[in-house]
Design a protein around this ligand. Structure first.
Ligand code: IPE
Ligand code: IPE
Ligand code: MG
Length: 251
């Protein structure tokens, strides 16, 4: 499992920009769909629909670059606060995305995963994502990990609860709790931490995204709204990442 995740796929041809360090795991907070639409006097949902096309483009490019894991923040545990119509639309997007693109993703050897409280999603959304997970589970290429009804505090709370109940049942002793044990109870279990976090739309915050996993990630922010985020922007982020010096507290 780990071998598969850490295996660096061959470098993309004719790509001078990307020489050096390619991030193995890239996480993206895809923000700004609503403002993209407002700028064009369109309803917010038009921005979400356009953003879905960006997802397709960026997955393709990430695969080409040789990124191993792409985690995309699609819906947070706080996004239920939005108007009912907008939430309903957002819940239909995974189905539409997968109906349209799943055959291509399968061809491209992409493995689809989900992290988040899946059981609280509408049945039609669960069905769509389950089908994609099942049909791609043996794929060995890019891991496309959608954060859907995901919240980091919810994730950590869940991990603490499970660990506590394992202790109560006598399956675990408190002395066994260390960082790797905690990680094994998080929703990213089995994945390396993101090397690079990207957030679009000019907001400079995490909005409850991967608080544990981003401890030593490199951050890259852009003013560009998600529907306008292009292959070039991803390459720019990745090439800046390659120039950073990561020290992890050392010298
Ligand atoms: C990101 O775009 C998509 C989701 C959070 C689901 P937004 O809908 O947050 O767009 P803005 O931030 O309002 O522009
Ligand atoms: C974060 O964006 C969630 C997703 C991109 C899915 P939000 O638009 O919900 O974040 P805030 O409310 O601006 O912090
Ligand atoms: Mg937003």
């Amino acid at each position: 499992m780990l071998d598969k995740l850490f295996f660096k796929r061959k470098n993309p041809e004719n790509n001078t920009l990307l020489e050096g360090n390619i991030p193995s795991h890239v996480a993206i907070i895809m923000d700004g769909n609503g403002r993209w639409a407002r700028k064009r006097a369109l309803p917010r949902i038009a921005g979400h629909h356009e953003g879905m096309k960006t997802v397709r483009k960026i997955v393709k490019e990430a695969n080409k670059i040789g990124i191993n894991v792409l985690t995309l923040y699609a819906f947070s545990t706080e996004n239920w606060k939005r108007p009912r119509d907008e939430v309903d639309f957002l819940m239909k997007l995974p189905g539409e995305f997968l109906n349209t693109f799943l055959p291509d993703l399968i061809k491209e050897n992409v493995q689809v995963r989900i992290m988040g409280k899946k059981e609280l999603l509408p049945m039609h959304t669960i069905k769509a994502v389950d089908e994609a997970i099942k049909k791609t589970e043996n794929n060995t290429g890019l891991i496309l990990n959608f954060a859907l009804n995901y919240g980091s505090r919810d994730e950590i709370t869940g991990a603490v609860k499970t660990i506590a109940s394992e202790i109560k049942k006598g399956n675990l002793d408190p002395s066994q709790i260390d960082e790797s044990l905690i990680e094994s109870y998080l929703m990213t279990q089995g994945l390396s931490d993101p090397d690079l976090l990207i957030r679009t739309s000019g907001e400079v915050r995490l909005s409850n995204f991967m608080l544990w996993q981003l401890a030593y990630s490199e951050f890259w922010f852009t003013e560009v709204f998600w529907p306008d985020f292009s292959e070039e922007h991803l390459r720019e982020a990745v090439s800046q990442f390659a120039q950073r010096g990561r020290r992890y507290g050392g010298v």
